[in-house]
Design a protein around this ligand. Sequence first.
Ligand SMILES: Cc1cc2nc3c(=O)[nH]c(=O)nc-3n(C[C@H](O)[C@H](O)[C@H](O)COP(=O)(O)O)c2cc1C
Length: 191
Amino acid sequence: MTDVNILAISGSLRAGSMNTALLRAAQKHAPNDVSISLYGNLGAIPLYNGDLDTDSPPSAVQELRAAIARADGLLIATPEYNYSIPGVLKNALDWASRPAQSSALLHKHVAILGAAPGNFGTVRAQLALRQVFLWTQSKVVVRPEILVFNCAQRFDEAGNLTDETTIELIREQLAVLRDQIRGLLPPLHSS
Ligand SMILES: Cc1cc2nc3c(=O)[nH]c(=O)nc-3n(C[C@H](O)[C@H](O)[C@H](O)COP(=O)(O)O)c2cc1C
């Protein structure tokens, strides 16, 4: 059986992002039959403008849509900004969600995680992100949830995730995402 191919998107543009570091940890600790590539062009996506959303949208948008379409599933690490998801991530998802009836997000399997330095581990941002994926009819993994609170203490100075509990949760979540993609778990949505 071929590997399940996951596109990982971080909602942070910072070089030292804890959320991007989580995705690097996911690459490192993924099950053997799950391969993860990191999307690295979020900062190049222009602000959504319906006038540019034509048959020939901006090249960064075309590349994003194609990368999502090629992937079997998405792994999204979101920071929490003011109780919600960062604008750069929402903007990219808005582009990816069009055209609504045939978008790259339609029926796409998605797993969500997030890291924050405070005590709430992006819980409010993750709820907001789940809400976005309702309208796109994406199939979001429900459990395990991965809320990395007090995140600074879970990485070493080089940005490697060292917290065994979080590493194990990431492995479990990727296994659920893989099994959901392979149809081994019952679909959470029907169309
Ligand atoms: C504009 C802005 C708003 C923020 N709002 C929240 C918030 O609502 N809740 C929270 O836990 N942290 C908040 N933070 C702190 C972020 O969780 C923190 O900067 C985190 O490290 C960002 O993720 P990153 O390391 O992946 O860039 C906010 C940070 C910024 C820049």
